[in-house]
Design a protein around this ligand. Sequence first.
Ligand code: SF4
Length: 190
Amino acid sequence: MARTSSSDAERAAIRTVATLMAASARTAPKTRGVDTTQTMIVEGEDIELLAAAMDEAANTKPEYLAPAFRRDAQNVRGSECVVLIGVSGVPKKPEQPLDCGACGFKTCKGLLNARLQEGKDFFGPLCVFASLDLGVALGSAVKIAGDLNIDNRIMYTLGAAATKLRWLEADIVHGIPLSTTGKNPYFDRG
Ligand code: SF4
């Protein structure tokens, strides 16, 4: 008789959902039809590397931010899997620039000339359309997780640490930890 324990079944479910989330981020609509999205699934010992980077980042934060970084780091340690999604902030099709001005520069070239500066958490400045792509990709990914009842949460703090680790070729990354427990660990955290 073949038997699968609940913990093994849940671990397999999370892994499957993480792969579907990565696919969903890829197929999400992209501005100007140009895709700079990168994804990564993090599991096992590498989860601790992410959590440790978040704790390290917490030590550089003001009092009003540090507790959130430490709290989220503990959440990440307790997660089975993390999905990272990031984008490049470079404007699309620079040979056919939109020059829309939404980023604070009058032209796309102006933004390009200002890149690449390292902020406390991310690299910039970013084209607004890259930020839109990231938001849509994140929304598509967590919709999959939500539809399949895998607990999840989009974390800026996790993304900030992942961005600085440079595991993705992306200027801004956000992270989504995944879990299956009787109580969602990412909300009502006190
Ligand atoms: S947001 Fe900035 S870089 Fe992006 S299209 Fe508009 S002007 Fe160009």
